[in-house]
Design a protein around this ligand. Sequence first.
Ligand code: PLP
Length: 439
Amino acid sequence: MSHVFHRHLKQRYPTAVSGEGPYLIDADGRRYLDACGGAAVSCLGHSDAEVVEAIREQVGRLAYAHSSFFTTEPMEALADFLVERAPEGLSSVYFVSGGSEAVEAALKLARQYFVERGETERRHLIARRQSYHGNTLGALATGGNAWRRRQFEPLLVEVTHVSPCYAYRGQAPGETPEAYGERLAQELEAEIQRLGPQTVMAFVAEPVVGATLGAVPAVPGYFKRVREICDRHGILLILDEVMCGMGRTGSLFAAEQEGVSPDLVTIAKGLGAGYQPIGATLVSERIRAAIAEGSGFFQHGHTYIGHATACAAALAVQRTIESRDLLSRVRTLGEGLQGRLEDRFGEHPHVGDIRGRGLFRGLELVADRDGKTPFAPERKLHAAIKRTAMDHGLMCYPMGGTIDGQRGDHILLAPPFILEESHLDEIVDKLDATLKSVL
Ligand code: PLP
């Protein structure tokens, strides 16, 4: 019996012992093509020599220094790197150890910003159903996934949720994408009015929804309208790019493709690419200035803020992505993957939708294509797909979400940026074999 408290206590896991580019290798020598980067993490694959060397060098010199005593060179350099490339207005970076912590920091920064300004009545958060923002209590309260929240509801602060921008199911027949986006923007406006505009603190959304919907981008213009509405009411816009950021969709920040500048952006996963655990919250100048010129102290913190080794690893990851021009590779490979998925599954009776951006792609599985009827939850399709794909030597990220009360299934693909074209064929072949076995 394992003494590790594994998340699934009735399941046995193979032991991963090494990594080789886009493959993970287990103790029996079996190779798995990592087509989901674990959970959209390993964007550089598993054995990047430059990153390994940067970690070795940093850990040998200075592994860690507590942020209440010192700043460090890698933390400063990583902040410079990110701010230089971030959407307009973001001027500083608060470093944490992962995505949920980044979201918690964003929520507290939003609240403290308004407290510093004397707008203490601003306390309401609005987010979207079918979103995931992490598993710590504040982040879980913000997320709108009923299944993840269910048993913890009594512990969650109140956050109201509006509809996600989910064209496959939400756009009405005959409605243009623009009209659909406008309808959703009006829903947000109505919710702000219901709560009272002066009481709303922030609107939180993933630019491309990851874990709960499976790589769903918004319709054109939606985020611009959201930004306008937030601005009109003095509400902060928090974009959660923990999964879709750091190049995953083909631009360093997913917000770039929406043409909006958020007030706070959360990143993690691809930031350190799994070489070290690290996350961050990028902060707009007006928030930084309000706190700097007010109390001068952000009332929040963790032991591992700006961990020197984690920052050195993330800096090496990001410099490597830039020096090898991997973002243009993400765009090209992403188109190649979408094309292959459409060729192979475009007419599949149980694939309702194939979507995404860059190397962030999703397939929605349905019992009936015409009616878009989800599979019955009792089938536990996601578990069967994950297991079967592993048997075929493929890691993909299937999830059973909840679609307005009903459960739905999708498969998320988020492979490393270093793939060759031949790996795209391998992904599609192995996925095809998996779906043939399971469906
Ligand atoms: N936000 C988003 C959009 C995520 O996808 C995730 C994780 O999947 C999180 C936050 C939480 O990140 P972590 O698991 O690193 O705490």
